[in-house]
Write a protein that binds this ligand. Structure first.
Ligand code: ATP
Ligand code: MG
Length: 575
């Protein structure tokens, strides 16, 4: 257990008390709301701060790849978002229709996103590193009428397929003139500010997010403006956001984290957010944390493991006195990574669990509480979680502490997804007895902490035991030679499945037989022979989704010589 210094002040000083007294109505009452009623994410993110006299506060600091810096105050960002809303109005795009954005982390993307939300138009973010095929599939499914992108991305990924996207009538390109498109900057220059906000309400559609595609084809999850209550509250309670903070969320806005916590939660909570255009670079990241005096840092296990791979040296000489809280999401956070944070930064990473479907953080570790490395923490006040087993008749059994089952959330929280695009049956099948079933397996301990076991699809059945790959991977990661590990079940006539591990090594280590034996021995000592891997292979790197998650389904397909399935979400895969 990692204890915390007692002298700190936190937005959520007492989790149990907050849970006991929690009421979403109070969170909603704390939102500005639209004049005359209604609710709009863009309004909560921008207009309310300007109306409160905080228009001059820095909202967004953009760090360009090449060293350029662009700052936007809340008032400037509002003016730009209004301009973009005016552009959409002139194009005849109305509330409920869809605008897609496909761009790297450039200010125009954030402006377009906020403008669309403010205009009541559904925003569909697309990840800019996707190849033409996955972009096409998502654009086609979403029926987007407008796409905001860059000249380069348009030419590389859209132009050739444009004729096959009948719903897409307008493309706006940033960064130059391009046949078949309008120049973003030119339309913005002609547009006015002062565009009124759309009369949206809590149930109006706001966002269409595609899932990462870790377990199969990505799903389109639809979210509503009412989700902003969950963004506001979780930003405050979990990320401890307050005016004056410099906040850095490293997730790309092509994914739900990059919008919920890389755009909405920080602005709604009135902080300054850092947007870094560049790709991951350890030295650059340490420099940003230091020079920008980041106070809250929200990142992902894959990035943390990349930092760990380089050892502690890059942090040498830095103290980062402004850094108050570090948090993580996207994959299970191995205990080793939490302990590494404590050693190198003097504080643990705080794991948080949620999904595209949940729209906001559901289970988390809190600044005010000790951290049990390896635990996802406790449910957010306002969220009811349970460990359940779905019976054959469709009903639920609620499992006691210590038993692994499916992690479920009581339906009805503000950021709950409202549909899977074009898949009503799939949507319906996620719910039973008033609970949402996440598809992840977990267990709860006697202190109410949740521990991730594995995705339902990844669980391994070996010699009568049910084993989650995460536990085995975490133990392998304790070994000083291991940078990353992925564990799968391989069919075996005796055991049902045997446990096979794939291991990527840190620089300076060689994957030979001696190391293999030493890793298996380490796992046997820590886990016992039934749970330790029986086979272990070395790989240069593990296959990952573009959002950085280990793709165990692909490790398994490759091992068994099975078809590899939908690879459009695979890192490094250009289709
Ligand atoms: P798909 O649903 O298309 O297979 P995906 O589930 O990876 O992809 P996301 O919604 O981006 O798509 O990711 C949510 C999932 O990521 C969770 O269901 C869980 O499996 C994993 N995850 C996220 N945060 C954590 C965490 N803190 N601990 C363990 N797993 C996590
Ligand atoms: Mg999922």
């Amino acid at each position: 257990m990692i204890e915390k210094p007692a002298d700190r002040h936190w937005n959520l000083p007492d989790h149990a008390r907050a849970r006991a007294h929690f009421d979403w109505a109070e969170v909603r009452a704390g939102l500005a709301g639209l004049p005359g009623g209604g609710l709009n994410i863009g309004w909560e993110a921008l207009d309310r701060h300007v109306a409160d006299g905080n228009g001059a506060r820095l909202a967004l600091r953009w760090l360009g790849k090449d060293g350029a810096v662009r700052d936007y105050t809340y008032a400037q960002l509002l003016a730009e978002a209004q301009r973009f809303a005016c552009v959409l109005e002139r194009l005849g795009v109305g509330p409920g229709e869809c605008v897609a954005v496909l761009a790297g982390r450039i200010p125009e993307l954030y402006i377009a996103a906020l403008g669309a939300l403010r205009a009541g138009i559904v925003l569909c973010p697309l990840f800019s590193a996707f190849g033409p095929e996955p972009v096409h599939t998502r654009l086609e499914k979403s029926h987007a009428r407008v796409l905001v992108t860059t000249v380069t991305l348009y030419q590389r990924k859209i132009a050739a397929l444009r004729d096959t996207l009948p719903a897409l009538d307008t493309v706006l390109t940033v960064g130059g003139d391009c046949p078949g498109t309008f120049r973003f900057e030119a339309l913005m220059a002609q547009a006015e500010t002062g565009c009124p906000v759309a009369a949206t309400g809590p149930d109006s559609p706001a966002l269409l997010h595609y899932t990462s595609g870790t377990t199969g084809s990505p799903k389109g999850a639809l979210h509503v403006h009412g989700a902003v209550a969950a963004h506001a509250w979780s930003g405050r309670a979990v990320l401890d956001l307050r005016p004056g903070d410099v906040y850095w969320c490293t997730a790309d806005p092509g994914w739900v984290t990059g919008i919920s916590y890389g755009l909405i939660a920080p602005l709604v909570n009135g902080v300054t957010m850092i947007i870094d255009e560049a790709e991951f670079d350890a030295q650059r990241w340490y420099r940003i944390l230091d020079e920008q005096q980041v106070s809250i840092w929200y990142t992902a296990p894959t990035a943390i493991r990349m930092l760990m791979k380089l050892g502690d040296a890059p942090m040498a000489g830095r103290t980062l006195p402004a850094l108050r809280l570090m948090a993580s999401v996207g994959e299970p956070l191995n205990p080793e990574a939490v302990l590494w944070g404590q050693r190198v930064f003097g504080q643990p990473f705080h794991d948080t669990w949620w999904q595209t479907e949940t729209g906001a953080i559901m289970v988390a570790n809190y600044g005010s509480e000790p951290v049990a490395p390896g635990s996802m923490g406790r449910p957010l006040p306002g969220i009811d979680a349970a460990i359940v087993h779905r019976r054959r008749d469709g009903g639920l059994d609620f499992l006691p502490d210590g038993e692994a089952g499916e992690l479920a959330i009581r339906a009805g929280w503000p950021s709950m997804f409202r549909a899977y695009l074009d898949e009503p049956e799939r949507y319906a099948s996620c719910f039973a007895d008033g609970w949402y079933l996440s598809g992840d397996r977990a267990q709860r301990d006697a202190d109410g902490r949740y521990w991730f076991v594995g995705r339902a699809d990844d669980v391994i059945k070996t010699s009568g035991h049910l084993i989650g790959p995460f536990e085995v991977e975490s133990v392998l990661l304790e070994h000083p030679a291991v940078a990353e590990a992925g564990v799968i079940g391989k069919p075996d006539p005796w055991a049902g499945e045997l446990i096979k591990a794939f291991v990527a090594l840190k620089p300076g280590h060689t994957g030979d037989d001696a190391l293999r034996k030493s890793l298996i021995a380490h796992a046997r000592t820590r886990l016992g022979p039934a749970v330790a891997p029986r086979e272990l292979g070395f790989v240069d790197s593990l296959p990952k989704t573009r959002s950085g998650k280990i793709l165990r389904r692909l490790l398994k397909a490759r091992e068994l010589g099975l078809p590899e399935g939908d690879l459009s979400t695979l890192e490094g895969h250009e289709s």
